[in-house]
Design a protein around this ligand. Structure first.
Ligand code: NDP
Length: 331
């Protein structure tokens, strides 16, 4: 039998955490034959709720779940973890300035970076979910210099999956037949959902989305804004932000990273920019990637037309500004 993998979830008593931990314990993230030990971290006011989640995990009697650590101590939570899913963060409350939220999250991610750097397993893979996800991931990277930068990522897979969902609904095809959309940039309303290279598997073979939906007006406006604003639409309907879809996409992100993307398919991940596609280096930016042997690699050579170029640049500009704001919180 395989050795258990230790998976950290921060903010584990929150809504996404509550949806995510049973998925991990069922093998959705790392495979149906991979035992796991869950490490759950939350803050002291959530300690009792966190213990309740632990009780439910015991009660669910998951065969793959070999242990549960539930703690408010970051060092205990981070010790020996192979995968870290960072969901805990300070939410933006009504009336709060952007800078105040940023400052809270910068201090959280700075201290968690140190805990991970000192105590996580070598080669721990990190996924940041909490917003502002790209910039939180960048802070984590800066303050955990011994963790390879390739191991620090942020979640844009939910946006990617939302884009697949919108195309499948519009064409009335199975979502599993749609592939290779791209989310570029920030996990915010400036993200650019791009269908230029996306295809659909049809009985007559693979066809470009832009051929099947010959409505550039829709693809260049309503489709993009629907994906960008989907989070707000869910909040309006549910009175709570998306949780099951966020948790499910976090599992997709880690699964594809660890186990690989299918041949001919790419996914979107927020990763440390190396200057590909003229995106400034030094930002955590969402790119199309393929994964193999536990490593992601940015898909190269895709054509970028003028419409796309402007959108790639706009979201890069926002990320540079967020980076400056985050750094100004450090001093
Ligand atoms: P959720 O579980 O709903 O969300 C957690 C984080 O994920 C938020 O930052 C949220 O951003 C973000 N997120 C990213 N993408 C999405 C998405 N697509 N849909 C929804 N959320 C998304 O929040 P809860 O308040 O229920 O839980 C947060 C937990 O974190 C609590 O248990 C709390 O105790 C803990 N916490 C930990 C802190 C720490 O570690 N120091 C500090 C504060 C809280 P957004 O807010 O923009 O929706």
């Amino acid at each position: 039998a395989k050795d258990p993998v230790r998976v950290l979830v921060t903010g584990a008593a929150g809504q996404i955490g509550y949806a995510l931990v049973p998925m991990i314990a069922r093998g959705v993230m790392l495979g149906a034959d991979q035992p796991v030990i869950l490490h759950m971290l939350d803050i002291p006011p959530a300690a009792e709720a966190l213990n309740g989640v632990k009780m439910e995990l015991v009660d669910a009697a998951f065969p793959l779940l070999k242990g549960v650590v539930a703690t408010t101590d970051a060092v205990e939570a981070c010790t020996g973890v192979n995968v870290a899913v960072m969901v805990g963060g300070f939410p933006r409350k009504e009336g709060m300035e952007r800078k105040d939220v940023m400052s809270k999250n910068v201090s959280i991610y700075k201290s968690q970076a140190s805990a991970l750097e000192k105590h996580a397993a070598a080669n721990c893979k990190v996924l940041v979910v909490a917003n502002p996800a790209n910039t939180n991931a960048l802070i984590l990277k800066e303050f955990a210099p011994s963790i390879p930068e390739k191991n620090i990522t942020c979640l844009t897979r939910l946006d990617h999956n939302r884009a697949l969902g919108q195309i499948s609904e519009r064409l009335n095809v199975q979502v599993s037949d749609v592939k290779n959309v791209i989310i570029w940039g920030n996990h915010s309303s400036t993200q650019y959902p791009d269908v230029t290279h996306a295809t659909v598997n049809t009985p007559a073979g693979e066809k470009p989305v832009r051929e099947l939906i010959a409505d550039d007006q829709w693809l260049n406006t309503e489709f993009i804004t629907t994906v960008q604003q989907r989070g707000a639409a869910i909040i309006k309907a549910r009175k709570l932000s998306s949780a099951l879809s966020a948790a499910s996409s976090a599992c997709d992100h880690i699964r594809d990273w660890v186990l690989g993307t299918p041949e001919g398919t790419w996914v979107s991940m927020g990763v440390y920019s190396d200057g590909s596609y003229n995106v400034p280096s030094g930002l955590i930016y969402s790119f199309p990637v393929t994964c193999k042997n536990g490593e992601w690699c940015i898909v190269q050579g895709l054509s970028i037309d003028e419409f796309s170029r402007n959108k790639l640049d706009l979201t890069a500009k926002e990320l540079s500004e967020e980076k400056d704001l985050a750094y100004s919180c450090l001093s």
